[in-house]
Write a protein that binds this ligand. Structure first.
Ligand code: NDP
Length: 256
């Protein structure tokens, strides 16, 4: 198994999933593969041509491009419009799957964080945000306000989610959390030390929960500020641990 991305040195999936393959007695090992966007098509063909490659994880910047490269898509990946795992099926074809949303929700629940009946402020409207929005509604969130630098994308995300569930559960809005909200940073702000904060830390209150998608660094500047304000915090690392078990089972189902 590979994990493709650019950059790739930060990828935490190999370290997290390899012990799970070992524990399942599966003859599978996951390695990071540095794949620049300009070489994706060539490398994709190479991956396809390797008969003992059971699949690969996908990280930035290939998740959306992969939708068009896969031979078929799981309904969740099709709905989200992004693929984060490709599995070689028995007929040799590449099918695209999406575990980001499920992984995020599993990570929250494993830490005892309540989702059901809660208002969510989702900051960001990229691939991760779309996956998380669907998964949070499925897990019982009461309503989602999507706030994004590019407001058109926040509106489009809310419309997609509302269309998917056939009811008005998401709306675009300002990055101002309601009392007791679950606040999620689903932007890439926080990856670099010099990044601006995704939202005003002064708006966070102790009754809220602040959850990150960013796993590296494990403590982003906003997570640290939220913690100092007495807010329950949740690192992006849990989104990875929440999904690697699912991905290991998924690959082992065919190739373990
Ligand atoms: P996308 O590129 O699809 O989306 C990026 C988002 O960040 C957009 O909402 C974008 O806003 C926003 N953004 C980027 N730069 C800025 C800025 N300077 N100011 C304001 N907003 C900004 O990326 P993904 O959704 O795929 O990934 C987002 C983050 O999630 C990444 O950091 C990634 O590492 C993390 N992630 C973590 C996972 C985990 O398991 N822990 C799994 C998947 C992702 P705009 O639309 O205006 O450009």
């Amino acid at each position: 198994m590979g994990v493709i991305g650019d950059p790739i040195a930060q990828a935490k999936t190999p370290g997290a999933i390899n012990p799970l393959f070992a524990a399942r007695g599966a003859d599978i090992a996951c390695i990071p593969l540095h794949v620049p966007a300009s070489d994706l098509l060539t490398i994709w063909a190479g991956l396809k041509a390797m008969p003992n490659l059971v699949g690969f994880g996908i990280t930035l910047p290939h998740k959306q491009t992969a939708v068009d490269l896969c031979d078929s898509l799981d309904p969740v990946a099709a709905r989200v419009g992004a693929v984060n795992v490709v599995r070689r099926e028995r007929d040799g074809s590449f099918r695209g799957y999406q575990f980001d949303g499920k992984g995020f929700v599993r990570g929250l629940l494993a830490e005892g964080i309540v989702i059901e009946d809660r208002n969510v402020l989702l900051v960001g409207a990229g691939g991760a945000a779309v996956a998380i929005a669907f998964a949070l509604v499925e897990a019982g969130a009461r309503g989602i306000t999507v706030s994004n630098r590019t407001t058109d994308k926040a509106e489009a995300l809310a419309e997609t989610v509302n269309a998917g569930f056939g009811r008005s559960v998401a709306k675009a809005g300002k990055a101002v959390p309601e009392s007791g909200a679950l606040v999620v940073n689903a932007t890439s702000l926080g990856l670099k030390e010099t990044d601006a904060l995704p939202l005003d830390a002064g708006l966070l209150r102790p009754a809220m929960t602040f959850a990150e998608v960013i796993a590296q660094p494990e403590t982003t500047p906003l997570l640290s500020l939220a913690e100092k304000r007495g807010v329950q915090v949740h690192s992006g690392i849990h989104m990875i641990t929440g999904q690697v078990g699912l991905i290991a089972d998924h690959l082992c189902e065919l190739w373990g």
